[in-house]
Design a protein around this ligand. Structure first.
Ligand SMILES: NC(=O)c1ccc[n+]([C@@H]2O[C@H](COP(=O)([O-])OP(=O)(O)OC[C@H]3O[C@@H](n4cnc5c(N)ncnc54)[C@H](OP(=O)(O)O)[C@@H]3O)[C@@H](O)[C@H]2O)c1
Length: 272
C-alpha cells in the first residue's frame, strides 16, 4: 500500500493522480486533514484517511499498512511549526511500522538556511529514527518564480524588471517534480537515496527573450536593485546560493526524459 500525504495540495494531487496511472486505486490511500478536499480522489476509488500533522493521534492510524509513505512537507513556515509537525509525522511513521518513507525535502537541505532549515532537521530526524528513506530534495517550483500576473505585466510593458542573481536558476515545474516522486514510489532501488531534483537553469534575460518569442511582442530584461524586487525580495539570499545555479542529473534520470523547458513553462503561465 502506498500512502500519500499532502494530496490536496498542488504537488501531492499531481502525484496521487499520476499514481493512479501506475497502480490500481486499492493499492493507494491518501491522508487529508479535511477529507472532503480529496473528493476527486475518493471518486476514483482511493481510500481517503483523515490525518493532521497537528494531531499526532490521527497520524498513526492514517499511516496503517503503509509499505511506502510519501510525506509531503507541511506548508506552515512559521518558525517552530513545521519542526513540531514533522516530528509528529516521523514518530507516527515509526509507530505505524512504515516500511519506507519518501520525504519532499528541499534544495540545500544538507545544511539549509532560513525557512528551508526545517528540511535539514526533518532529514536528520528521519535518519535518526532508523526509517528506510528517500529524500526528494526538490528545487523551487518554476511556478513560484514565473508568476502569471508578473509575466503578463512584462509582456504588456515590454520590460521584465528583475534583480541580479549571479547564475542561472535551476527551478523545476511542479508536474516534473511530482512525476519524479511517483516514479520513486513505484519502482525499486531508491532505499536511502538522496535525490537533488533540479531542472535546467534559466536566467531573467532568457526569460525576457522567451516571453518575447511566445507573445510575439518585444520584451527586454532590466536589472533592478533588491529594493525593487517586490514580494520575491526575501528569497534572493537563497536564490544566490551556489546550489540554485548548479544543475543535477537526478530529475531527468527519474523522469526518463528531459525536464520541461522554459518555453513550455512560460506558455503555461501566460495561459493562466
Ligand atoms: N519547492 C517549492 O518551490 C515549494 C513551494 C511551496 C511549498 N513547498 C513545500 O512543498 C510542499 C508541497 O507543495 P505544494 O505546492 O503542494 O503546497 P500546497 O499546495 O500548499 O499543499 C500543501 C499540502 O500539505 C497539506 N498540509 C498542510 N498542513 C497540513 C497539516 N497540518 N496536516 C496535514 N496536511 C497538511 C495541505 O493540506 P490542506 O489541503 O488541508 O491545506 C496540502 O495538501 C509544501 O507544503 C511546502 O512544504 C515547496
Amino acid at each position: 500500500m502506498i500512502v500519500v500525504t499532502g494530496a490536496t495540495g498542488r504537488f501531492g494531487s499531481v502525484v496521487a493522480h499520476d499514481l493512479l496511472n501506475r497502480r490500481p486505486a486499492n493499492e493507494l490511500a491518501v491522508v487529508a486533514r479535511t477529507p472532503a478536499r480529496a473528493a476527486a480522489l475518493a471518486e476514483r476509488g482511493v481510500e481517503v484517511r483523515q490525518g493532521d500533522y497537528d494531531d499526532p493521534a490521527s497520524l498513526e492510524k492514517a499511516f496503517a499498512d503503509a509499505d511506502t509513505l510519501l510525506f509531503v512537507s507541511g506548508s506552515d513556515t512559521t518558525p517552530g511549526v513545521r519542526e513540531r509537525q514533522h516530528r509528529a509525522v516521523v514518530d507516527a511513521a515509526v509507530a505505524a511500522g512504515v516500511g519506507h518513507i519518501v520525504y519532499t525535502s528541499a534544495i540545500t537541505a544538507e545544511d539549509a538556511q532560513s525557512f528551508l532549515a526545517d528540511h535539514t532537521t526533518t532529514e536528520r530526524s528521519i535518519r535518526a529514527a532508523g526509517l528506510t528513506y528517500t529524500f526528494l530534495r526538490n528545487t523551487f517550483y518554476t511556478e513560484e518564480l514565473l508568476v502569471p500576473p508578473m509575466l503578463a505585466a512584462a509582456v504588456e510593458n515590454g520590460e521584465l524588471a528583475a534583480p541580479a542573481i549571479g547564475h542561472p536558476l535551476v527551478t523545476a515545474t511542479i508536474a516534473d517534480l511530482a512525476h519524479a516522486a511517483s516514479t520513486v514510489l513505484t519502482s525499486p532501488g531508491h532505499e536511502n537515496a538522496v535525490y537533488e531534483l533540479r531542472g535546467p537553469g534559466w536566467t531573467y534575460a532568457e526569460l525576457a527573450d522567451t516571453l518575447a518569442a511566445v507573445s510575439g511582442r518585444p520584451v527586454r530584461h532590466r536589472e533592478v536593485g533588491d529594493d525593487e524586487a517586490g514580494p520575491m525580495a526575501f528569497i534572493l539570499p537563497l536564490l544566490r546560493l551556489e546550489q540554485f545555479g548548479t544543475p543535477a542529473p537526478d530529475l531527468e534520470r527519474l523522469l526518463g526524459r528531459p525536464a520541461t523547458p522554459l518555453e513550455q513553462a512560460v506558455r503555461a503561465a501566460l495561459a493562466g
